[in-house]
Design a protein around this ligand. Structure first.
Ligand code: COA
Ligand code: AMP
Length: 272
């Protein structure tokens, strides 16, 4: 726990009634103006002009802030989607997810996980053994929020990720999200690939495995994606899980190691 006085700044943009982009930061008061401007620029950078951009600014005040280390990141550059997927399923099984649940998760993401047949607005929650879906609203799912890198950790993580060929802000944000999720009560693992047709990389993350990034978890052009949070039913209940993910403020102030699969030693050892 730290005594930082922070603001949560959250942006979401829509076009034609559909979600276009979203991002958020946790910043000091002095950085509020530049952060809002930067997030509005992000909303405009999608190539589709937003009809509506909503930016919320909220003081964290006296609420508790957790400080954590980012998950160690391992890069798997696989030849094709089939190989990436078999490595990703093996990672899930190593993390404690049954083959049945792993296969249910891949199937749900492949087919469009929302009951309406499209992408969800948040993540599925899945029993890591049975594969049963546990989120009360299957169109919405659950969304992680109120997390960010500290200023120094962001600089360090950006440099280390760039050195590993992962300069896109998306990887830094996904690593931050997965690092928060890995501390959720009852979590076993997470599986993610984007719903963006032009972005086929994805990851499996787990407290014991770190963040395993795979270059292709879907075919180029695929319109479906999402996230699955696998949980240990015996150690999990919905409300503490939801409130941790959506409401607890988490700052990543220490950067984990980053390496390529097969490299014995980390390519960049970044921890302070
Ligand atoms: N997809 C579709 N709709 C979304 C959405 C998403 N990813 N995020 C928000 N919305 C829409 C929904 O209609 C939502 O209503 P709902 O709660 O019934 O689903 C509405 O916006 C309000 O969402 P809320 O989360 O309350 O808004 P917010 O302004 O507090 O935060 C975000 C919005 C997008 C910043 C936040 O939800 C989020 O996802 N933060 C993490 C961003 C991030 O770093 N992602 C990493 C990606 S690699
Ligand atoms: P993205 O990483 O932005 O491409 O999002 C991929 C999928 O993750 C989306 O289709 C949603 O289903 C889900 N998602 C988006 N934002 C969140 C979030 N904050 N927490 C959990 N799941 C999310």
């Amino acid at each position: 726990m730290t005594a930082l006085r922070l603001y949560s700044v959250r942006m979401r943009a829509e076009h034609g009634g559909r979600h276009l982009s979203g991002a958020e930061r946790l910043v000091r008061e002095q950085l509020l103006g530049s952060t809002v401007a930067n997030l509005v620029e992000r909303a405009q950078a999608k190539g589709i002009p937003p009809d509506k951009i909503t930016v919320s600014v909220e003081a964290i005040g006296d609420r508790k802030i957790d400080s954590i280390r980012s998950l160690d990141l391992v890069v798997h550059d696989c030849a094709d989607t089939a190989l990436c997927r078999s490595l990703a399923s093996a990672s899930l099984v190593r993390a404690g997810v049954s083959e049945r649940a792993s296969s249910a998760a891949f199937g749900a993401l492949d087919g469009g996980p929302a009951p309406s047949g499209g992408n969800m607005r948040g993540a599925m929650v899945m029993d890591a053994q049975s594969g049963e879906r546990l989120e009360p609203d299957r169109e919405r799912g659950i969304r992680a929020s109120r997390f960010d890198w500290s200023e120094s950790a962001e600089t360090e993580a950006s440099a280390a990720l760039a050195l590993a060929g992962l300069a896109h802000v998306r990887t830094r944000e996904a690593l931050a999200l997965a690092s928060k999720v890995a501390h959720a009560p009852g979590i076993v693992a997470e599986l993610c690939w984007s719903d963006d047709p032009d972005y086929s990389a994805g990851y499996v993350a787990a407290p014991a495995l770190g963040y395993q990034r795979f270059s292709h978890l879907k075919e180029e052009g695929g319109p479906f994606g999402g996230r699955v949070f696998f949980v240990d039913r015996a150690a999990w209940s919905y409300e503490p899980f939801r409130s941790y993910l959506q409401e607890r403020t988490v700052i990543i102030d220490t950067v984990g190691a980053i390496r390529s699969a097969g490299q014995e030693e980390p390519r960049c050892r970044t921890g302070r």
